[in-house]
Structures are given as structure tokens and as C-alpha cells.
Ligand binder design. Structure first.
Ligand code: FAD
Length: 141
């Protein structure tokens, strides 16, 4: 079974409150559990960054479904690569909303999320997006 990691950024179509984000997360966790997909979702400044990992065909099918979701747009795929092992096996979908406090605590990452995720600056630094997702996944309670 070929394991892959797929990472993208996108923009919320409309600003999402806690209830809207919880609805997204509920269906993500439920369906990812069924598909044995793990990963992490970040929300900052109206933008999403998400990594999906699991069996290749299931990850691609899930990503294609996510890409059709009207709650976000401007999806940009930043990475799709084979993986030797899972990095996010604790979560069918971990979630963190990043804010001002995080910008203070994580100054090295702050320029890349405090005004939302900018795909050009993030994409220009290979490995940065995955490092951010791994770092913040360790802070999920
Ligand atoms: P429902 O949740 O009932 O949704 C049915 C359809 O309506 C879907 O096409 C959905 O896109 C759309 N929809 C639902 N609620 C709204 C709303 N409030 N406004 C507009 N359209 C709506 N799914 C996964 O399986 N795994 C993931 O990791 C995952 N991550 C996601 C991350 C983001 C940022 C977003 C926006 C969505 C994510 N989803 C994920 C959800 C995915 O896009 C589909 O909504 C979901 O897989 C379909 O769930 P469902 O079959 O239970 O249908």
C-alpha cells in the first residue's frame, strides 16, 4: 500500500466562526476515519492549510472531494509526495486556529501565517509548510 502526503492551502469563501469550523472538522474526522486518512488542518486569517496522509487513491479521492467544497476556494496544492511513514497518526484530522498569541510564540513561522497563508512565500521555502503543520500538531490538546 503506497502511502502519500498531500498538502494544500486555500481561502475560506466567507469568514468562518467556531460553529462553521466545527462542522467542517466533524465531517473531516468522520470520513477520514472511514478512509484511514490522518492529517492536520490549520486556519489563519481566513485561509486554510491542510495535510492529508494515507493510501494514495484514498488521499487523492478525498482531496478531489475537498476541492469541490464551496466553503473554500483558490486551492493551491503545495506538495504531493510518497511518505515512508505517517507524521500525523494521532489525528484523523487535527485542528488549530492560529492567532496573535501564536505569532508571538512562534516568531519563525509568524510571517507565514499572521496575515493568512501566502502560497507564494510558503511555496518558495520547501519543507516549511510541513514543518509548520508538524509544529502546530504538537500543540493540539
Ligand atoms: P456533507 O458534509 O453533508 O456535505 C454535502 C455537500 O455540501 C458537500 O459537497 C459539501 O462540500 C457541501 N457543504 C456542506 N456544508 C456546507 C456549507 N455550510 N456551506 C457550503 N457547502 C457545504 N472531508 C474529508 O473527508 N476529509 C477532510 O480532511 C476534509 N477536510 C476539509 C477541509 C476543509 C477546509 C473543507 C472546507 C472541507 C473539508 N472536508 C473534508 C469536507 C469535504 O469537503 C466534504 O464536505 C465532505 O467530505 C462531505 O461530507 P458529507 O458527505 O458528510 O457531506
Amino acid at each position: 500500500m503506497a502511502l502519500i502526503q498531500l498538502l494544500y492551502v486555500s481561502s475560506a469563501t466567507e469568514p468562518l466562526d467556531a460553529a462553521g469550523l466545527a462542522r467542517i472538522l466533524e465531517s473531516a474526522v468522520r470520513l477520514n476515519n472511514a478512509n484511514q486518512i490522518t492529517g492536520m488542518l490549520l486556519y489563519a486569517g481566513g485561509n486554510f492549510m491542510q495535510v492529508l496522509e494515507g493510501e494514495e487513491a484514498k488521499v487523492i479521492a478525498t482531496f478531489e472531494r475537498i476541492a469541490q467544497d464551496a466553503r473554500h476556494h483558490n486551492l493551491i496544492e503545495l506538495m504531493r509526495e510518497p511518505a515512508a511513514a505517517r507524521d500525523f497518526s494521532r489525528w484523523f484530522m487535527g485542528f488549530r486556529q492560529l492567532g496573535i498569541e501564536d505569532a508571538r510564540h512562534y516568531p519563525a513561522f509568524a510571517p507565514f501565517f499572521k496575515a493568512g497563508f501566502d502560497p507564494a512565500s510558503i511555496g518558495a521555502r520547501p519543507g516549511l509548510a510541513l514543518d509548520m503543520l508538524k509544529c502546530f500538531s504538537e500543540t493540539v490538546r
